[in-house]
Design a binder for this molecule. Sequence first.
Ligand code: PXL
Length: 275
Amino acid sequence: MVNEFPQVLTIAGSDSDGSAGMQADLHTFFIRKTYGMSVLVAVVAGNSYGIHAAETLPLHFVDKQFEVLADDFKVRASKTGMLSDASLIEAVVKAYKQFDFGPLVVDPVITTKHGAQLLEAAAFEALKEKLLPLATVATPNFFEAQLLTGRTIDNEQQQTAAAKDIQSLGVQNVIVKGWHNQDNQNEVADYVLLADGFDFWLRHPYFDTTHINGTGDTLSAAIAAEIAKGKDVATAIRIAHDVTATAIEHEIAVGHKFGPINHWAAQDYNKKEDK
Ligand code: PXL
């Protein structure tokens, strides 16, 4: 039984207000009953008004975190979040090729929903050419999907076309998240394109709330957690989608402006199945 409990790794930045980034990932791993580990690559000074400053960790220290985790643990799935720049993307790619950290979920974090830049523009090529080809699942929102494909996404047909373009970068499975649906303002429609070409839409009502910090982090972390527990990719994506929608639906009062989603509200999701 040594080392058998499902271990999941987040490779991401810390958000000081706890609403997004590594903190949201670790909350998610916890509520999905997995054991969360973390390789910290960057630190942001953020609060509910926005991101005020950011720093990256030295590369040798990022390398060291990967090395010591690989020496001891059996990570069954991992995810990336904020990676800041090309040198950090390359450090992740190097570690991922050197060690076995299980299937990789890439959340291509580029900016926050409020416009703070979390990945340098100069790093887009490294993201596309080096990291995304390693992804078992990529989870761009429609804005990131536009930047990655050069397409404008104004409707569901363009959303599906963007998913195909992203898959052609070497990503196996893609979910292109909608904002609120351009075709139906009362819902959010996410499009899933699987490795075998099977595709489907996941829809949930649009919740009119300013508490959506950590949404993308939670979705991608929940996908990694479910894969770590042995779920197939399509099931992992469906569970993660429901968990994230539940967390958005039940907002909590933290901060004055843009607040966090509520991981507690989602923790009983699928309880029976998790026993
Ligand atoms: O949700 C995107 C995100 C990822 N990582 C960090 C962040 C944010 C958004 O604020 O701060 C560290």
